[in-house]
Design a protein around this ligand. Structure first.
Ligand SMILES: Nc1ncnc2c1ncn2[C@@H]1O[C@H](COP(=O)(O)OP(=O)(O)OP(=O)(O)O)[C@@H](O)[C@H]1O
Length: 833
């Protein structure tokens, strides 16, 4: 009997939803589920969804979806599978024009678990961790069955609690002559509560991963049987992934003896192509991820790995990944995963030093550089432990479907699941017969990628989900057989300790130490008296900038390394590193300005770093096509490292550009801008004052010179005049009484008297106060001798003297080109001709 006719007879299925009559896509290309009309022709044939129990249905329908994020017009988006309805609110933030890191409009609380909504697990973490450590010798795959709730008739005998057996009800067993098939597993789980499921199937593996073992948890089962619900869950029932991430941070908090570096990646295998779910959609499509290396030494490139320092950071990564997953409406599941998705967390950890905590984390001593590069000292040193936790949601095994595109996808899905099945079958056989026969890992991307884990070097937990409905018996049976086979696979997971500098954690640690050394040198230099170093203001500024740069880089790197203390401080829920700029508002405007400047420079430095890394990347020599594979692999792995570094720098750059800096900058600017303006005004006034003062002094100087010259001229004149008048008064001819002449020698006396007065006046010049503008201080000097009249002396008198002497009396060396404006030229009536 064909699958279709089997389904057609499958009356107990509950119609999933009404459908239109052809295909899954309407004429206008929109998903049919939104356009379908009740009672369509196919609805009674095979467009069914297996019924969920009332409890499960209410959970499913009560889902609160996060708000949708708008796409940016023109932004290249990952081509969605045809007929894929965008799950409202799960549109990737990448499509938005905001920063990738900006999830301000997506409320993570609605999508993921956190300390509040998952309940208190802190008490349980210890037990689980101990259990995980005790299970270090586990060499079998942990296989569990999860039976989805249903309102339809059950084909399986529901096991009483604590029973680990599942049995097909006798009446549904085709061969009534034999006993109904019965299967034993490590766990049989029912119901909709995800917490006991996580505790039973995944928690030990998460803790083992934290303890240094590679661990894999994957969900396998027919479509719509509950794999995604188990792995990811929903806001009411967070699944394995969010719960695992919470435990990761709880574990770090409870392990003060170690420090951690966490990186995560998220990928999917769709139609045998691997896509990076964290890469921008356009590059993910144009640059699919390749599996590099061979055997147990397999890695993926280019694959974006994001360093995460908190639950919030992980949420952000998951959000983006979920948004990019390929899902579609199928005949059996409204949001069916059309791909295998793999969420990976790389955990690097090392022991912390003996030294006091507050002096910072310690780096093990380094051996002197060897030809192979610097190495960590193994004796007394702390090697780095690396493990990978992989959480895998496989695509559902497919039945025949009415949609062409779904059929094509289904073919790929089924092929890779079949390959997974045969790989596991072979591994189980090898384990049983103690053989090392060829295992066809290379037959699919999924098995090739899982090769290192399936080959034994990982703790594996498989959760097989089944739909207990009568109509799903064949699929459930196939799932159970798969589960039975995988149970036989032999494992031998080992911790991986690396004593080289490849681990990012070690590289960061080294860089931090290097930076600290440089900083110490600079501080020592700075302590030397400034005088002896003869630094210019510019050099001092550069020096302080260099120190600030070093400090901020150290802080930035240190923030990436997690310890029980830092996780505590962040309460496991803060992705924002402690602010690089803690502004003290009592600082002077100058200090604040320096802080702001150094923050700007930090951004510039990072921008330069990005550019230089990009340039380095571009300038890599291309290998000829016939270059040996090993060289190509080497080049690729180097490039992957560079890209990773680049991404970290970019992220730091984005964070710096983001809200924290803006907020701090605004606060700082508000605080000091008025002060700076005030300072500028005061300075301008002082400058004007100084200019005025200089002008006044200049004028005064000129005046003094002029007066001195006048004084000399007049002295000479007076001398002559006195000698002349004394001659006149005694000589014959003109009687002295006909002139109004001063008494002989009187002019000299009057002149001497006036000079005395002028000296006294000059010495009492007002002192210009610093605070008041000299413009307002008028110099109160006596009028110039040239500007005032002498008693008894006018211009006529002067002319008479000239006539008598036959030449002007003003000495040539005075530099005056014309006769000075003498008071002698004043009133003509005094000296009648
Ligand atoms: N144990 C459960 N309790 C409540 N609801 C469940 C349970 N298992 C599955 N569901 C619901 O059934 C529907 C299908 O489940 P899910 O999408 O997890 O299936 P799947 O196996 O991942 O399917 P596919 O392979 O097509 O992606 C979802 O609406 C989910 O919420």
């Amino acid at each position: 009997m064909s699958m279709t006719s089997k389904l057609a007879k499958a009356v107990p299925f509950t119609p999933k939803r009404p459908h239109s009559s052809s295909g899954n896509t309407s004429d206008d290309g929109r998903p049919k589920s939104r356009l379908a009309t009740p009672g369509s022709a196919l609805s009674s044939v095979k467009k069914y969804k297996s019924a969920l129990s009332t409890e499960a249905r209410s959970r499913t329908t009560s889902k609160v979806k996060p708000p949708a994020l708008p796409s940016v017009p023109g932004t290249p988006t990952r081509p969605k599978t045809p007929n894929t309805p965008t799950r409202q609110g799960y549109e990737s933030p990448i499509h938005d024009n905001r920063s990738e890191m900006d999830v301000s409009r997506v409320d993570p609380e609605e999508v993921l678990v956190d300390f509040q909504n998952v309940g208190d697990v802190s008490g349980e973490a210890d037990e689980a961790m101990l259990r995980a450590l005790n299970q270090g010798k586990d060499d079998k795959v942990l296989v569990s069955i999860r039976i989805r709730p249903t309102d339809s008739l059950m084909a399986w005998e529901m096991p009483p609690s604590q029973t680990k057996t599942i049995k097909l009800q006798h009446q549904h067993h085709k061969n009534s002559g034999t006993a109904s098939p019965e299967f034993n597993f490590d766990e049989i789980l029912t119901g909709s509560d995800n917490k006991p499921v996580y505790n039973a199937v995944a928690r030990n593996h998460v803790c083992a991963a934290m303890d240094g073992y590679n661990s894999v948890v994957f969900a396998y089962g027919q479509t719509a049987s509950g794999k995604t619900f188990t792995l990811s869950g929903d806001e009411d029932q967070p699944g394995i992934i969010p719960r695992a991430m919470k435990d990761v941070f709880a574990y770090i908090r409870r392990t003060p003896s170690r420090e951690y570096l966490l990186r995560c990646s998220y990928l999917e295998i769709y139609n045998e192509t691997i896509h990076d779910l964290l890469a921008p959609p356009s590059s993910s499509v144009s640059q699919p991820v390749q599996i590099q290396g061979s055997g147990a030494n397999v890695w993926l490139a280019p694959l974006r790995e994001e360093v995460v320092t908190s639950l919030k950071g992980v949420r952000e990564v998951l959000e983006r990944g979920w948004g990019n997953r390929r899902t579609a409406t199928t005949d059996w599941n409204e949001r069916s995963s059309r791909s295998h998705s793999v969420f990976r967390l790389v955990i690097e950890s090392r022991e912390r030093g003996e030294e006091p905590r507050e002096s910072g984390r310690q780096t093990p001593g380094m051996r002197p550089p060897t030809p192979g590069g610097p190495r960590l000292q193994s004796i007394g040193g702390r090697s780095v432990q690396t493990s990978v936790l992989s959480l895998i949601d496989l695509a559902g095994s497919e039945k025949a479907t009415s949609d062409k595109e779904r059929t094509r996808e289904g073919k790929y899905i089924n092929t890779s699941l079949l390959t997974l099945g045969s790989v596991i079958g072979k591994l189980a056989e090898n384990a049983m017969k103690n053989k090392t026969d060829h295992v066809p890992f290379r037959d699919s991307k999924l098995t090739r990628m899982l090769q290192p884990s399936l080959s034994g070097n990982a703790r594996i937990s498989v959760i097989c989900t089944i739909n207990p409905d009568i109509n799903a018996i064949p699929e459930s049976m196939s799932t159970l057989l798969f589960a039975q086979r995988i149970k036989k696979v032999q494992l031998n997971a080992k911790k991986k300790e690396i004593v080289d500098t490849d681990a990012l954690l070690e590289r960061y640690r080294q860089e931090i130490e290097e930076l600290k050394k440089r900083l110490a040198e600079k501080e020592k230099e700075a302590e030397a008296p400034v005088k002896s170093r003869r630094l210019s203001a510019r050099e001092q500024l550069d020096e302080s900038k260099a120190m600030k740069d070093l400090n901020s880089r150290i802080r930035q790197l240190s923030n990436l390394i997690l310890t029980s203390q830092t996780v505590d401080i962040n309460k496991g829920d803060e992705s924002r590193p402690s602010s690089p700029m803690k502004i003290d508002f009592d600082m002077s405007p100058y200090q604040l300005q320096q802080e702001l400047l150094s923050a700007r420079r930090e951004i510039e430095t990072q921008a330069t770093q990005i550019l230089s890394l990009e340039a380095a990347l571009l300038s890599r020599p291309e290998l000829p096509p016939d270059a040996p594979e090993s060289e190509k692999d080497k080049l690729l792995s180097e490039q992957t490292k560079t890209i990773r570094e680049l991404e970290i720098v970019v992220r730091g750059y984005e964070e710096n550009l983001g809200e924290p800096l803006r907020a701090v900058r605004e606060d700082v600017e508000k605080e000091w801008i008025a002060k700076v303006e005030h300072e500028v005004r005061v300075r301008q006034e002082k400058e004007a004052w100084a200019a005025e003062l200089v002008r006044q002094l200049d004028k005064e100087k000129k005046m003094r010179i002029q007066l001195e010259e006048e004084r000399r001229a007049l002295a000479a004149f007076v001398m002559k005049f006195d000698s002349l008048t004394s001659g006149l008064s005694t000589g014959p001819g003109i009687p002295a009484s006909s002139f109004h002449m001063p008494t002989p020698g009187g002019a000299a006396a009057a002149f001497a008297e006036r000079q005395r007065n002028r000296v006294a006046a000059a010495s009492s010049l007002p002192v210009v106060e610093e605070t008041e503008s000299p413009v307002l201080n008028r110099l109160k000097v006596e009028p110039s001798l040239l500007e005032e009249k002498w008693d008894g002396m006018d211009e006529e008198s002067f002319e008479i003297v000239e006539r008598i002497q036959g030449s002007p009396v003003v000495p040539k060396r005075s530099g005056l080109t014309r006769r000075p404006e003498s008071p002698l030229r004043g009133g003509k009536e005094n000296l009648p001709l």
